[in-house]
Design a protein around this ligand. Structure first.
Ligand SMILES: [Zn+2]
Ligand SMILES: [Zn+2]
Length: 161
């Protein structure tokens, strides 16, 4: 069973479809060729909202594209990143995760047990950047915020043990 995507994605098809359209418009505008594989990778990223690794994308699409390699997935992710329709999340371990939710500023809650990453939207931490800048003299250009805990599924599993 798929874990319930809680919270702010809305879960409506319209929003997902809109996201897909916006992403493809950007792709087209940059003149990047849209191959069936490229299209499938991008759609998977947007629909899944699970911040998958390149390996997970590869596995999810290998039935449809038996000839596709992991390297192809990586190449496409790099293209998406360069265009700015996908962002890469690194957590200090070997595999990056990829995020196609770029239209809204959002942060991540990460489950320590199963590694699930869920988005939540929060207006702005511009004030915090100002404080950091004032205290350190740095010009701040971006920030990251991650929250760690236990997801509902893992809590339930723990309770059932
Ligand atoms: Zn979990
Ligand atoms: Zn995200």
């Amino acid at each position: 069973m798929l874990p319930e995507q809680s919270g702010c994605h809305g879960g409506t098809m319209n929003r997902v479809q809109q996201r897909i359209n916006t992403a493809f418009d950007k792709l087209k505008a940059t003149g990047v060729r849209i191959t069936p594989q490229r299209q499938a990778i991008l759609e998977y990223l947007i629909r899944s909202m699970k911040h998958p690794t390149a390996d997970e994308i590869y596995k999810a699409l290998s039935d449809r594209f038996p000839n596709m390699s992991v390297a192809t997935v990586y190449n496409n992710l790099r293209v998406f990143k360069d265009i700015g329709i996908v962002s890469e999340l690194t957590f200090g371990d070997a595999s990056s995760r990829y995020d196609a939710n770029i239209e809204h500023p959002h942060y991540h809650v990460i489950c320590k047990s199963c590694g699930k990453i869920v988005d939540f939207e929060y207006p702005s931490l511009a004030e915090l950047e100002q404080v950091a800048s004032r205290h350190t003299g740095f010009t701040i250009d971006h920030h990251r915020l991650e929250m760690y805990g236990t997801c509902q599924d893992c809590e339930r599993k723990k309770a059932a043990e």
